[in-house]
Design a protein around this ligand. Structure first.
Ligand SMILES: [Zn+2]
Length: 183
């Protein structure tokens, strides 16, 4: 398992709901958490590792030792959102790119745990930002879609770099030949 970077087409897939929880799903969640920690991320969504189902992993503290800050969320949805706040945001699929992004300040989310329990969580600021960012991934949404004109302009060169790297990886065969980039 590895993290796919922009403009890999898997990042634009609309993911399917998970309809059953088995050992394979649990193992995948653990692998995603381990990968997220290795890259010092706060969240990781299934499409970022090439899987097209609705699962995300989060650690609100970004610290593997703080397991109470860890969440594995199946079929998560934002059911309420309030306020707007602009803050710095990055994504493991866009290494090194950080921009100010507008998000709801507070969200109420609903999701299933790995035990199949329906859970609800209300959170604000960074935690709310992580939820929104990760849930967007499940719909093929990326934080670059939410950039304002200035952020977009100052990201232009970095994004072109990602596109060039992707083409290079296809040429080298590290990404299978014929894989079409999706901007
Ligand atoms: Zn992301």
């Amino acid at each position: 398992m590895k993290i796919l970077t922009y403009p890999h087409p898997a990042l634009r897939a609309k993911c399917k709901p998970l309809t059953g929880l088995d050992e394979a799903v649990r193992t995948t969640a653990q692998q995603m958490l381990a990968l997220m920690y290795r890259h010092e991320g706060l969240g990781l969504a299934a499409p970022q590792v090439g899987l097209d189902f609705r699962m995300i992993v989060i650690n609100f503290d970004g610290d593997p030792l703080v397991t109470q800050a860890e969440v594995v969320a199946i079929n998560p949805v934002v059911i309420e959102s309030k306020g707007i706040v602009k803050d710095r945001e990055g994504c493991l699929s866009f290494p090194g790119l950080y921009q100010d992004i507008r998000r709801a300040k507070t969200v109420k989310v609903q999701y299933y745990t790995l035990d199949g329990q329906l859970n609800e969580m209300v959170c604000s600021d960074l935690a709310a930002r992580i939820w929104q960012h990760e849930i967007d991934h499940l719909n093929g949404g990326l934080f670059i879609d939410k950039m304002g004109p200035l952020a977009r302009m100052s990201s232009k060169r970095t994004l072109e770099g990602f596109v060039a790297d992707f083409a290079e990886d296809v040429k080298k065969g590290t990404i299978p030949a014929g894989t079409e980039p999706k901007l």
